[in-house]
Design a binder for this molecule. Sequence first.
Ligand SMILES: *[C@@H]1O[C@H](CO)[C@@H](O)[C@H](O)[C@H]1NC(C)=O
Ligand SMILES: *[C@@H]1O[C@H](CO)[C@@H](O)[C@H](O)[C@H]1NC(C)=O
Ligand SMILES: *[C@@H]1O[C@H](CO)[C@@H](O)[C@H](O)[C@H]1NC(C)=O
Ligand SMILES: *[C@@H]1O[C@H](CO)[C@@H](O)[C@H](O)[C@H]1NC(C)=O
Ligand SMILES: *[C@@H]1O[C@H](CO)[C@@H](O)[C@H](O)[C@H]1NC(C)=O
Ligand SMILES: *[C@@H]1O[C@H](CO)[C@@H](O)[C@H](O)[C@H]1NC(C)=O
Length: 771
Amino acid sequence: MAKSRLLSLLYPLLLAALFMHGYGQDKKVHIVYMGDLPRGDFSAESAHHSMLESVLGSTLSAKESLIYSYGRSFNGFAAKLSDEEVGRLSEMDGVISVIPNHILKIHTTRSWDFMGFAEGKLSGSQEGNVIIGLLDTGVWPESESFIDTGMGPPPSKWKGTCQGEGNFTCNNKIIGARYYNSENWYFETDFKSPRDSEGHGTHTASTAAGQKVQGASYFGLAEGVARGGVPHARIAVYKVCWSFGCATADILAAFDDAIADGVDILSVSLGAPWPFPYMEDPIAIGSFHAMRYGILTSNSAGNSGPYPYSVANFAPWTLTVAASTIDRKFIASVVLGNGKVFTGLSINNFMLNGTYPLLWGGDAANYSAGADPDIAKYCFSGALNSYIVQGKIVFCETVWDGSGILLANGVGTIMADSEYSKDFAFSYPLPATVITTEDGQQILDYIRSTQNPIATILVGETWKDIMAPSVVSFSSRGPNPISPDILKPDLTAPGVDILASWSPVSPPSIYWRDTRSVNFNIISGTSMSCPHASGAAAYVKAAHPDWSPAAIKSALMTTAYIMDSRKHPDLEFAYGSGHINPLDATDPGLVYDASEADYINFLCKQGYNTTTLRLITGDNSSVCSSTVPGRAWDLNYPTFALAIEDGQPIQGVFTRTVKNVGKPNSTYSVGVYMPSSVSVTVEPSVLSFSAIGETKTFTVKVYGPKLAQQPIMSGAIWWNDGTYVVRSPLVVYNILPGATYSSPYSMTKPQKTPKFEGSSVYHKNGILGHD
Ligand SMILES: *[C@@H]1O[C@H](CO)[C@@H](O)[C@H](O)[C@H]1NC(C)=O
Ligand SMILES: *[C@@H]1O[C@H](CO)[C@@H](O)[C@H](O)[C@H]1NC(C)=O
Ligand SMILES: *[C@@H]1O[C@H](CO)[C@@H](O)[C@H](O)[C@H]1NC(C)=O
Ligand SMILES: *[C@@H]1O[C@H](CO)[C@@H](O)[C@H](O)[C@H]1NC(C)=O
Ligand SMILES: *[C@@H]1O[C@H](CO)[C@@H](O)[C@H](O)[C@H]1NC(C)=O
Ligand SMILES: *[C@@H]1O[C@H](CO)[C@@H](O)[C@H](O)[C@H]1NC(C)=O
């Protein structure tokens, strides 16, 4: 995350370079998406070739233009096309969408213990049958997390390969690896192989499924045993991200391969910062086909929070994961010459012996470089005068990567920025800490009022974070920008200051030229929470190999730890169902299952018609039963969301079906909590089962007066049989005025029935204030 935030500042430059480099002519890489593979004999490559030939006019230009034929798991291709060619292809039979090649961004281990998952209970062979595919920056295969001691050969279902180029090798842990680069654009630091030069993919893969490594630490900080969620599961690596970002044509190629290769769970920690309709979003398309093959895709929710509607990767067939804190925070204190101590956030492994002169960056401007105090106070690289800074600690008025002070031979830096001193820490190439803007003012006052100001920065410590878990500020928030009645994100998992494996050639701090080398690093992001959820999903899959993606997802969501609403003004839009709880998820009692047909029905209501649907499903029997757009209230989703247009009264009816996966004979009764101004009726209120696999259907009627000044009303519905508690949040919210979603849906007034109301917020045992 750290890196991606700073990188985002460089992005315009990178994209401009990309333009000049690959896009000299006006042909650009596009994805031509054509839905499912046709039945029967079908040669994707020749079909795509002849389509291109008819548009481009010659065999040779068709050949030159074609980059990928997607034909293992779904139908489509990527090719270099001009605008005019795009126009003609879009008109052709069988084409669902033509999508420009967008560049997306990549969005220890104490974290598993924190969620009560100190040790898995499944056998190594159960876990060893599960394959997690990761679409990321590749992997560093020699990392200790990927040693395959004690692991047999890959399961027989595995059909993937290892692109062992350079010195890259696979083993029984990393059983497959491929790489994709449709733009054919490589930086100096990129390895033309599945090898990870950035660290991100190594970090996510080891978080999901790394072996246990004793004594892992970041230069001695956070030392302990590092391990992934399913240490015996297999890893399949699909490298789609490079120094310039992750191209959507490559992402789709990776989905096409991963599905056919036989992965069980896909982990995708990347995304776009703006919403696409589902069939124009390669991650939604790829994960839709994965779902059809029984593969759950776990996605990062994005790092664009805390703003409403910022959530990415919100398709209902995927798991969307927010990021929250664990009970460990990284602090580094500053001690001034007058004895005052300020506590800042930083992953500071440096030990300063004694005090050093303290200086305000603004007093060290390098005028010949064009800087003045107003620039130098931010301590950007090149703005400081090294004669003045040498041997001193520099106080800076913003958070930057520390390079300005390092290159000017300073000793350390104190940075003041309230945004970056709240809930997550960065690491720097020199002694550093980040304090609040108010504390910064006190330090400035001290510098101004003292003849010879001095200070020291103490070596970093880890403190217990009693507020944990709380969703971190940068984690993207709901509501869902495309389907307002599907609550997103789905749940939250640890994504703040996570220790996991790293590429030794990648900088260990946020300064991109930091040449130190580490095998473990501590970073933050929904990129880090996503593989925690992928690991947990793989754990459920290992316990229940025959469960559908929706069942696994439901199990993870309905067993989630309840988050403390008092710490989160945006409630479920921050954390969805709550905090992931891998152990309980293997035994949820009931699941909200959903099949491809249910998602198809959902797509029909979202405006797809029989023609476009058939393209997606490749099946002439798919019919949209209604051409009238409708609401998503009947998709068998494990949460309930009701979006209300401004000024309208609250009314909605949900239908849901639960499947018994607990005890054969069981009777569940419903519990409801909702603020009293809203009426919630569940019928029937008791569900009796006499067999495993039996299903029962119920309806939930929600109505009430207009919402006034209430962005979100939050409640819950749970089924309890004395053993299991199957909980779903229920949220009612106002669509922001000006949001264009409108629905012709009209509802008959619900009958007045006795109201079922809980008296207080329901908490499962021992959920809040984990210790
Ligand atoms: C493999 O190649 C990479 C990149 O050149 C290099 O950094 C690494 O040390 C090599 N590893 C082995 C085991 O040779
Ligand atoms: C401080 O002392 C420790 C232990 O002697 C040493 O490792 C470290 O390099 C010293 N730090 C500086 C900045 O001199
Ligand atoms: C000031 O900046 C100039 C131009 O970047 C650089 O050459 C010079 O070394 C700097 N001076 C000091 C004292 O840091
Ligand atoms: C289905 O949707 C497509 C794309 O929106 C449109 O071109 C087509 O005319 C529609 N077909 C029917 C039968 O409504
Ligand atoms: C579906 O219908 C189309 C057009 O009617 C036909 O060309 C195609 O062969 C049919 N496909 C299948 C699998 O029946
Ligand atoms: C479930 O209940 C039915 C009817 O009460 C009974 O016949 C059956 O044996 C019970 N099954 C189990 C597994 O307890």
